[in-house]
Design a protein around this ligand. Sequence first.
Ligand SMILES: *Cc1c(COP(=O)(O)O)cnc(C)c1O
Length: 568
Amino acid sequence: MPGSSRLPVSLPNFRKQYSFSRPSSRQQAVTQGLDIIRNLLLVLFILRYTRKTWIHLRGYGLIGAIERLYKDVYKRLYGLFLKLPFVQAKVRADVDKAIMELETKLVPSGPGVTKYTALPASGWTAEQVREELKKLGEMKHTRWEDGRVSGAVYHGGDELSDLQGEAFRKFGVSNPIHPDVFPAVRKMEAEVVAMTLALFNAPETGAGVTTSGGTESILMAVLAARQKAYHERGVREPEIILPETAHTAFRKAGEYFKIKIHLVPCPHPSYRVSTSHVSRLINSNTIMLVGSAPNFPHGIVDDIPALSRLAVSKNLPLHVDCCLGSFVIPFLARAGFDAPDFDFRVPGVTSISVDTHKYGFAPKGNSCVLYRSSAMRSFQYYICPDWSGGVYASPNMAGSRPGALIAGCWASLMNMGESGYIDTCHKVVGAAKRVEDAVRESPKLKHSLQIVGKPMVSVVAFRSPVGAKNGPDFVDIYSVADGMSAKGWHLNALQDPPAIHVAVTLPIVAAVEELVKDLEDVVESVKGQVEDGKKGDAAALYGVAGALPDKSIVNELAAGFLNSLYKV
Ligand SMILES: *Cc1c(COP(=O)(O)O)cnc(C)c1O
């Protein structure tokens, strides 16, 4: 064949270069292949960390990232310092002492107290039980009945309580896990969800479930977002972008469901979440944006329309936490107050948590989580098709659930009706405005206290004015909290920044003038005091906690507190 001699490589050579037949060149090839794989892996590894670093730098900015690094190192060093043997001994002693004091406050003891740590050998008579329950009901406590407790007791009046009692009695044994056995509970649950969806202007496609409380509603919304991102986008390292003022339930969800939480500042003067920070933190691992309407610490409603624009443009779910706003915020406009945009009418809002057991006045243990579509809801379902106990399907965290609570919730919603909630909104928001106006205008308060942002619903927070210096009008806000405690009030102490809030409930409405007067007296009495040496509980706890870079001591104290809840 004449043409064959013109081949650039002679056949034997070709074979030598590319053949795998000889052992030595096979080895060589394997080594080469391994080299390539190793280099590829190295490149992937470097790319991955470069990308992570880039996302981190973009999210927090160079200065922010350095600040975070500095804080982290400082915190770790401080943690090591706390572990030094002599420091540890001192810390241990202090923590133990504080926990002992806590226990003596919480756990009654002494000659008059009988403790029951084992079953009575033969059961008590109903009369005996009743007698003991009566005594238990009369234990010394902070007087919520006189409107002395911020938040905590969302009470719709004695008549409603009686009605709830009747609902409990009728549906005490019921369990929605068996809808065929308890069809009425299924009906009531579906109706509670439907009424709540309507109240929050859900579209036709809207869907929801009831849960045991705000925390479970939030856990479920976060879980649904995580599952959705996993199934639709393959997100394996999920992240949530959270206003730092959002409820801790989101951080709990992060811990339970292995989701990274980015906290976004909510700066003075609006104390709303900084949407430019939110925007910078969004990346391919983001599964959800969050806004509160309103938040727990300051009663501030985040800029939901701005968050919605971000969510829509990045095609991300946006959860609005209306746990606290519950059945007050939807009635603001109809009660004649300024109303923000917060519900499903804002296009990017995909889920909302609503606590019927707050201003819905349902018995404790009731809440709803609502979704824009039933497709989103199904991401929170748990289904086990192959259990030996049968095909198992459950809509939320619990298995068996108390039908009695659903009946109590249904009864409350029906009994209150729109008129009842509009009336409540008038009273509660009116009283909150009264506290706000007093702090802004009263000559005794306005130079020493400053309202945090622009509260719109039922919570009013105040602090020592930004930049206030020690002087005749200066107050240490925690001393104000302790002064109010001494007068029998139970207000909430807040941190970062130090502040106090009042969450107005119906019992507080009746006591609001007293509250303002006592606040004026307390502020007068602590004005100008910088250090009085002897600090009250709030000043002691938050004074120390705020100054600690590493919170392990606070963690130990808090765990000790939880332990003490189970001391007989
Ligand atoms: C109360 C509350 C929740 C949920 O709390 P639960 O105690 O679990 O009902 C969530 N978000 C806000 C803003 C709240 O005030």
